[in-house]
Design a protein around this ligand. Structure first.
Ligand code: 3EB
Length: 338
């Protein structure tokens, strides 16, 4: 597990009372801060990119702030709608489209958001998108005769194509979750050097999903790996109870959690095989869990605690997972010395 002293890209989950002691470190190496269901605290360093995501925190009781740190001192600024910070190897950024994305053209908003993102990355010299977090309201609602998650996938893929970026293979790790309100909110990590895409042998690559899941496939890979001389970092995409391309265990949150954990284990195994030999274990990762509104938390936490170290401390957020039958999704970030 990366500690802040490592001087590595890292993520912290901080309680309000832990923040004051960390402000010096955040001032120096902060890349960004993310608050869930609440505004990030006002006493964060100026120009630190901040995102507020409308996914209420279900667990633990004390609100946690997600804080990303770079390898070394960061430079921060604002370009157009993007608040950003970079450390020479990575850039973190946050942007939102519209005050409230509930009632408008989500496909168009997604296209414009990703157009701006790609232009920014190319201009700034960090062209390699490693991880994108996507949040918007009404994910299952129909808009112009198509579910909004599917509209989002069209807009996202269009922007990749327009930027002459591949829509299979070298794609960022990602997640896409439904909120109950708010804008289309996107935050990201991009890198100076290429992000190596990793797929899951238990799952069909999402970019190859058949048309039954929508006219355009989702543009993400199951994980990405960032390598430097002294560090390997891995972003694991939102992972759910999908085998091949099919959702398993509809209505059974405990079984979906077990299936998702099996997918995570298979993905970590893939990281550790040739050619990557990344040497990761389950305990090298920090996890974040999304649970569909109205779904009981206890059976999910029971399954998590059977497999994941320190399960009691994991941040659990209430959000709509992008297929109606899916109740749980888990994402992760990990970093270790090679
Ligand atoms: C899945 O595996 C579940 O559209 O960016 C997971 C991670 C999911 C990312 C995305 C969707 C996305 O298809 C959903």
């Amino acid at each position: 597990m990366a500690t802040p002293a490592d001087g590595a890209l890292s993520v912290l989950y901080l309680r309000r009372d832990e923040l004051p002691a960390m402000l010096g470190l955040i001032e120096e190496r902060g890349l960004g801060a993310v608050g869930f269901g609440m505004d990030p605290p006002v006493d964060l360093p100026s120009l630190l990119p901040q995102a507020r995501i409308a996914t209420p925190q279900m667990h633990p009781n004390e609100p946690l702030l997600e804080v990303w740190l770079g390898k070394r001192r960061t430079t921060r600024g604002r370009t157009g709608a993007i608040d950003w910070a970079c450390d020479g190897d990575h850039v973190f950024g946050a942007l939102g489209a519209g005050a409230d994305a509930a009632g408008f053209d989500l496909r168009g908003a997604t296209e414009r958001t990703y157009d701006a993102l790609f232009r920014f990355l190319d201009d700034r010299g960090y062209p390699n998108l490693a991880r994108v977090w996507n949040y918007f309201p009404g994910i299952h609602r129909e808009e112009s005769g198509l579910e909004r998650y599917r509209q989002f996938n069209i807009g996202r893929q269009e922007a990749f194509l327009r930027a002459s970026r591949p829509v299979t293979g070298a794609l960022p790790a990602a997640c896409a979750l439904g909120t109950h309100a708010g804008p289309l909110a996107v935050y990201f990590v991009a890198s100076h050097t290429p992000a190596i895409p990793i797929e899951n042998p238990r799952q069909l690559s999402a970019y190859l999903y058949p048309p039954e899941y929508g006219p355009r496939s989702p543009s993400f890979s199951r994980a990405t790996l960032l390598r430097s001389a002294d560090r390997t970092a891995v972003f694991i995409s939102g992972t759910a109870s999908i085998l091949g391309h099919e959702s398993l265990h509809p209505g059974d949150a405990a079984a979906q959690t077990r299936e998702t954990l099996a997918n995570l284990a298979a993905l970590i195994e893939a990281l550790n095989r040739e050619p990557h030999r990344a040497g990761f274990a389950l305990e090298d990762f920090r996890y974040k869990v999304y649970v569909r509104p109205g779904c009981a938390l206890e059976p999910i936490q029971w399954e998590l605690s059977a497999v994941l170290p320190a399960a009691a401390g994991i941040l659990v957020l209430e959000a709509e997972v992008c297929r109606r039958e899916l109740l749980v999704e888990i994402e992760a970030f990990g970093s270790r010395a090679p």
